[in-house]
Design a protein around this ligand. Structure first.
Ligand code: G6P
Length: 368
């Protein structure tokens, strides 16, 4: 029952812990042993073959999910993909290349700007419109040509958690389906990706095991007024999402930067009062990120590093290390989201804010 907090003090925590289950529900019926089942987009999935471009439009946390998908769509399918917040998209003249998919993301399916963007897009000659949404009866689902439901169940905490990770799961399904139908993905590679996806609920479970350790770390944020989140590649949008969570519920001013941009401004802010939260990918960017960390350490910044243990990073002077399970690169953005959700939750509890109902914010912004 969504309205019952069960053993948890807040809905947010309950929803964080529901993630292994709801991600499994999101995968259910959408993948076989070796393939994404394109029937999940409806009886006629022939549009997938025709897609030549993707425009993603969303707000808030859903927008961050879209930013991750851009990396997946360009990497796996080799198609250009742009991502924009709906409040901007709806008020400008948009150039729509031939055979462009219009893809909206929304937990509620009732966000006014996202709905307005969809209505505008219908006049612009898109190939078709696909909504990735959590509420089957929503306006967005009703008005979109195609729907992929995230199946996360009702989300009550204003700060979005399970809706985000199921959106990412649905976006990965979509990216693989497009890549596969466009002939950009070999059958072996698709089977490999699908096998990885199947392991996702277990990896999320493992990531949740750091809860107690993260709770301890969160005490150090009690008197902080600012925080900086760093990531690179598809971990940059996860850094943005981590900073959004922290500001939404703990009211600590937080920003996120792609780590390579440090030198172009944020480094000027770094001193011993500035916690720097870094998401470390385990790929060819690892060494570059390590050198970004040194830039911060040299200026006395307090580093909070989230990485798998094979990255050879660990607790040391000025570095607070939290282990994240080692997973296939494609899953890293999803798994790295978990510790950031836990961090913002525990910091908010330490600060005594209203975790489920942060001041001035609404679960769904249905008016402009
Ligand atoms: C509000 C909520 C956010 C959410 C955003 C977009 O700002 O507080 O959690 O990400 O709206 O909502 P949607 O339902 O369209 O995903």
């Amino acid at each position: 029952d969504a309205t019952d907090k069960g053993e948890y003090r807040h809905y947010m925590m309950k929803e964080i812990y529901e993630q292994p289950k709801v991600i499994a529900a999101c995968l259910e019926g959408r993948i076989s042993e070796t393939k994404v089942l394109t029937s999940c987009f409806g009886v006629d999935s022939s549009f997938l073959k025709d897609i030549e471009n993707v425009h993603i439009v969303a707000c808030g946390t859903s927008y961050h999910a879209g930013m991750v998908a851009k990396y997946w769509i360009e990497d796996l399918a080799g198609l250009p993909c742009s991502v924009e917040v709906a409040s901007e998209y709806r008020y400008r003249k948009v150039a729509v290349p031939k055979n462009t998919l219009f893809l909206t993301l929304s937990q509620s399916g009732e966000t006014a700007d996202t709905l307005a963007a969809l209505r505008m897009a219908k006049e612009l000659g898109y190939l078709t419109s696909l909504a990735i949404c959590n509420v089957p009866s929503s306006t967005l689902v009703r008005e979109s040509a195609l729907t992929l439901l995230t199946n996360a169940g009702a989300e009550i905490g204003v700060a979005s958690t399970k809706a985000f990770t199921t959106q990412l799961t649905a976006l990965l399904i979509t990216s693989i389906a497009i890549a596969s139908e466009k002939g950009a993905l070999s059958a072996e590679k698709e089977a490999e990706l699908v096998t990885s996806m199947r392991s996702l609920p277990a990896h999320i479970d493992e990531a949740l095991k750091q809860d107690a350790a993260i709770k301890k770390v969160s005490d150090r944020f009690a008197n902080k007024h600012n925080a900086l989140f760093l990531g690179r590649g598809p971990m940059f949008p996860i850094a943005l999402e981590g900073s959004l969570k922290l500001k939404e519920i703990s009211y600590i001013h937080a920003e996120a930067y792609p780590a390579g941009e440090l030198k172009h401004g944020p480094l000027a802010l770094v001193d011993e009062d500035m916690p720097i939260i870094t998401l470390v990918p385990h790929n060819n960017m690892l060494d570059k990120l390590k050198s970004n960390l040194q830039e911060v350490a040299a200026r006395g910044g307090e580093l909070y590093v989230f990485a798998d243990k094979d990255t050879d990073l660990h607790n040391e002077d000025g570095v607070i290390f939290t282990e994240v399970p080692k997973v296939d690169e494609i899953l890293e953005p999803i798994v790295h989201t978990i510790p950031l959700q836990l961090l913002s939750y525990h910091v908010a509890v330490v600060k005594g804010t209203d975790v489920d109902q942060p001041r001035n914010l609404a679960k769904s912004v249905t008016v402009e």
